[in-house]
Write a protein that binds this ligand. Structure first.
Ligand SMILES: [Zn+2]
Length: 208
């Protein structure tokens, strides 16, 4: 009984010893050998504590080098993956933008500058509505069309500053006798903002 216990104890001790025992590379034959050996089991190279210490140091350096190399490889792989991801994201955004540009018409932005053509068109439209109030038969009023007798707001509206516009033009409409006459008009109106316009003075209307 004691014998068996002793045996198993030795085996266990050897097993632990083996587990903790490191291997070094023989400086002569480069084979893996135990660091506790006095000489290389393979080539018989004599091992001194100094040689073992140097071999262990080399071992650690080699391990560190291998680790750094692996670490760098992993880092490079991560960077490569990131670059691929960015490129894919870029392509997705580009394709999306192209699809958007293709599907939706270009949006016109309204120029809100007082002297802009957009404001002059607005002034012209307002002038038409003000002029109609002074006509005998507003329903018959015609200020010309886009394709004939066009009165271009760019030439018929003058910006006077301080949000005031002078509008001059003509209007065809029926008089009280039912005859169509052309009336020249001149008026000044002010833009108060928020689609609020008002006449500054009584408009001048002169029948041609
Ligand atoms: Zn050896």
């Amino acid at each position: 009984m004691q014998f068996w216990f002793c045996n198993w104890g030795v085996v266990g001790f050897c097993f632990l010893r083996e587990k903790n025992m490191a291997l070094i590379t023989c400086p002569e034959c480069k084979k893996r050998i135990s660091e506790t050996a006095n000489s290389c089991q393979n080539c018989g190279f004599q091992l001194s504590p100094e040689i073992v210490a140097k071999a262990k140091k080399d071992e650690k350096a080699a391990l560190a080098f291998a680790f750094r190399r692996e670490h760098k490889a992993k880092k490079d792989e991560k960077i490569a993956n990131l670059v691929i991801l960015i490129v894919i994201a870029g392509i997705i955004v580009f394709v999306y933008k192209c699809a958007q540009d293709g599907s939706s018409p270009h949006r016109d932005t309204v120029n809100t500058s007082p002297s802009s053509i957009d404001k002059k068109i607005e002034a012209w439209v307002m002038a038409e509505s003000f002029v109609k109030k002074y006509l005998k038969s507003p329903g018959t009023a015609s200020f010309g069309g886009l394709f004939s007798n066009y009165q271009d707001p760019r030439t018929h509206v003058t910006y006077l500053g301080n949000h005031i516009y002078q509008v001059q033009g003509w209007v065809d409409s029926q008089n009280s006798f039912g005859a169509t006459v052309r009336i020249n008009f001149l008026l000044k109106l002010k833009d108060n903002g928020n689609d609020n316009w008002n006449l500054l003075e009584t408009p001048v209307l002169v029948e041609q």
